[in-house]
Design a protein around this ligand. Structure first.
Ligand code: GLV
Ligand code: MN
Ligand code: MN
Length: 403
């Protein structure tokens, strides 16, 4: 039994999802709102005062004896047909740590804020990590021009004009810590419950539009048609080929594709798709992304298909803070677990805090390394170990803390 896991399970269905028969909790939707309401109750029960910041991140604050604040965060939005633990588990573990301090009547030399970000995945708008990027001052007014964002904020009673005031002064922060499922198979293969992240891979995302000519599927002979989907199929294979030819940490994914007009008897006139490219270092990622884009433009030109590639998202690699990592190592050892370090190929809100405030991440094993999939699974005992490691980390940080 783990309360954190049970709470993620509760948030996995019913009013906490916006799609029937699957978990889908996009930013600023009704399910996100329901999750915010439920988390407010849990945060208040754990002794926190709760507020929603102007970007829709829910923040529970537990006062400390000093003026600075340690952030413990993760996200509560989800991909489509998601698992239950990618994001929410880190928030629940943060709440459980504060609940333990509250029950013991303890205050630390710094305040703790548990943050539930509303947009990490980028499932609703063509942007991702809007909450953590607003909090770290990495957005400008242009971010609000995203189609539909202003209306969605207004529908929540949030003032779009205040969005950028979600920014926090790094001088007032002690650091940012995030617990998250690994979303990969390494810890399970090593028989370990916990891992300490050394850094997060660099990501780039693009929106690609290929434009051909829609036409009758029966009358357009093969040599004359301009089929945007046939070009898109070649583009997907080009992305796969380039990434396969690179180092093991280089990955490229086309995860979303829209075919227009989308009828069995119409040659596809337009295809829009996403392209996500990642690697441990920015040079490898950029080289691969450039090569893929070059190939896509060339194959489109060879078919006389129009091609537009718009960059959506560019996050540099994010090294974790060595001192924070060392404290997590001590904490994991203190609860009797082996210390295992690993890189994160998945993106996390933590990455936008890198370089602005000391950032660290604790990974939990997940079954089969499966994530972004409803089969995501975590052992309750592992979640309890993660909570204990985070509590030990808070003790170590408090002992070493010099304001
Ligand atoms: C988030 O889960 C990402 O890595 O895209
Ligand atoms: Mn995810
Ligand atoms: Mn996540």
């Amino acid at each position: 039994m783990s309360r954190a896991v049970d709470r993620c399970d509760l948030l996995g269905e019913g009013r906490f999802t916006d799609a029937p028969g699957m978990l889908f909790r996009p930013y600023l939707g009704p399910a996100h709102k329901a999750a915010v309401e439920q988390l407010t109750i849990w945060m208040e029960e754990a002794g926190m005062s709760v507020r929603l910041d102007p970007s829709g991140s829910l923040i529970g604050r537990y006062e400390g004896d000093g003026p600075k604040t340690l952030l413990i965060g993760s996200h509560i939005d989800s991909v489509k047909d998601a698992g239950r633990y990618d994001g929410p588990l880190g928030v629940m573990l943060g709440i459980d740590c504060v609940a333990a301090l509250h029950d013991a009547g303890r205050r630390l030399p710094f305040a703790i804020e548990v943050v539930a970000f509303g947009d990490e995945e980028g499932s609703r708008f063509p942007a991702a990590m809007l909450g953590s990027r607003a909090m770290t001052g990495q957005l400008d007014a242009k971010a609000l021009e995203i189609d539909g964002l202003e209306a969605a904020l207004n529908a929540w009673g949030l003032d779009p004009g205040s969005f950028l005031t979600a920014r926090r002064d790094p001088a007032k922060l002690v650091g940012y810590v995030e617990a998250h499922i690994e979303q990969g198979p390494v810890l399970e293969a090593d028989g370990l419950a916990l891992g300490i992240v050394t850094g997060i891979a660099a990501q780039k995302r693009f929106a690609v539009t290929l434009t051909g000519i829609a036409g009758h599927a029966g009358t357009n002979s093969m040599g004359l048609r301009k089929d945007a989907l046939a070009a898109a199929a070649e583009a997907v294979l080009a992305a796969e080929r380039v990434a396969r030819a690179g180092p093991a940490d280089l990955v490229a994914t086309v995860g979303r594709m829209e075919v227009l007009p989308g009828a069995p008897n119409v040659v596809p006139g337009e295809v829009r798709f996403s392209l996500d490219v990642r690697a441990g270092d920015a040079t490898t990622r950029d080289k691969a992304a450039e090569e893929i884009c070059r190939e896509v433009r060339a194959l489109a030109a060879a078919r006389s298909i129009g091609c537009e590639i718009a960059p959506l998202h560019d996050l540099p690699p994010a090294p974790c803070d060595p001192a924070m990592m060392a404290r997590l190592e001590k904490a994991v050892a203190a609860i009797g677990q082996p210390v295992r370090k690993l890189v994160s190929g998945a993106g996390h809100d933590a990455m936008v805090f890198a370089g602005l405030t000391p950032m660290a991440m604790l990974f939990l094993r997940c079954r089969g390394g499966v994530s972004h999939n409803p089969a995501e699974s975590v052992l309750p005992a592992d979640a309890d170990l993660a909570r204990d490691a985070l509590l030990a980390f808070l003790d170590i940080l408090s002992e070493e803390y010099d304001g």
